[in-house]
Design a protein around this ligand. Structure first.
Ligand code: AHM
Length: 337
């Protein structure tokens, strides 16, 4: 059988990228491959989620007598496990855990990177078979190599990210990651169990017709946000419209769609939650980085998300991200002159 050499796997791609940088140590490539491995394992369990009622509820014991873990805990353990046992990560912060974890062993203390992640975002959608995802973000340590990682390594602004990415468990499973050099997407080929390069050098269209926001919160948004949403609803052929509202409430799927097709995603602050719902370190920074590398833009309504200096691990922020021209139009509402 002829081998199709046009297919490039995630592992081949990361190795190829290394060749362009003879001084690179390969640690980042290792780390991305570790995340790819965790994603494959999580994917297997996500695909079985509908069978849970047959096998037993999560948190109970299945017919084989094994404990069935909640899917988000399972995903968290997979991400942490591959990174802890790999050779490129000194510690992690996870949306699922109150504190960051420093691996503190001889190999990890010599590792250059720390990783922050949301192991399973959109988990309220699992029960109803709607797309969910994993989001991750990689930073170079600021603490001394050879010693354990410190809190300062985890509380860096998003503009210090070295790489960021996500996995969307959807009609197919895709891993998309960005470095400063570009954004590339890999689709999992289940027949060979490999992520293969399917979306090279992704660019977000500068404009689009999709806007994504939770309309149920409309009356809790600030007036400028309401005015922009109303303007989206009123768009017609004369001013770049009509726009279409698309909102799955699974950020990975919502932003992925808008990244590919062009659009804007918003999770503004509300009167009862002025900081919004989304977490700066696990959700907003990675998407802000990916979108900027792809040519788009991200803000919290007042400033560039990537310039926010975090003060705590689970900090939340209002979040607006998407196609550059749509973001520029939004800004005319949020910062009226
Ligand atoms: P989760 O951590 O409970 O999964 O919540 C995160 C999700 C995001 O993926 C999504 O954008 C947002 O919550 C939707 O929230 P809402 O239902 O308030 O619109």
């Amino acid at each position: 059988m002829a081998i199709n050499r046009k297919v490039q796997t995630l592992d081949e791609f990361t190795l190829q990228q290394l060749r362009d940088f003879p001084q690179a140590t390969g640690e980042l490539s290792n780390l991305l491959r570790d995340i790819g491995l965790a994603a494959k394992r999580i994917n297997v369990e996500v695909n079985k989620a509908g069978l849970v009622d047959i096998l037993g509820d999560y948190g109970t014991t299945n017919v084989q007598g094994e404990e069935v873990k909640k899917l988000d805990i399972f995903a968290n353990n997979q991400m942490m496990g591959v990174l802890q046992h790999g050779v490129s990560c000194a510690g992690i912060g996870s949306e699922e855990m109150d504190e960051f974890v420093v691996f503190n062993d001889e190999i990890s203390n010599k590792s250059k990177y720390v990783c922050l992640f949301d192991p399973l975002d959109g988990s309220s959608n699992i029960d109803v078979n709607v797309s969910i995802g994993t989001i991750f973000s990689v930073y170079r340590r600021v603490s001394e190599l050879g010693k354990p990682a410190t809190e300062a390594d985890f509380l860096q602004p998003g503009n210090k990210q070295v790489a960021a990415g996500y996995v969307v468990y959807g009609s197919s499973t895709m891993l998309v990651y960005a470095t400063r050099r570009g954004v590339n997407g890999f689709t999992l080929d289940p027949s060979i169990g490999e992520f293969t390069l399917s979306h090279p050098d992704i660019k977000c269209p500068p404009n689009g017709k999709l806007y994504s926001v939770n309309h149920g919160n409309f009356f809790k948004y600030e007036e400028p946000v309401k005015a922009y949403i109303t303007a989206c609803q009123k768009k017609d052929k004369t001013n770049g419209g009509p726009y279409t509202q698309r909102y799955i409430a699974s950020m990975v799927a919502d932003v992925h769609r808008n990244l590919i097709k062009g659009g804007i995603f918003m999770y503004p602050g509300t009167s009862d939650r002025p900081e919004g719902k989304l977490r700066l370190l696990y959700e907003c920074n990675p998407f802000a980085f990916i979108m900027e590398v792809a040519g788009g833009k991200a803000s919290n309504g007042k400033q560039r998300v990537l310039d926010i200096v975090p003060t705590k691990l689970h900090q939340r922020t209002p979040f607006f991200v998407g196609s550059i021209e749509m973001m520029q139009e939004l800004e005319t509402y949020l910062k009226p002159e």
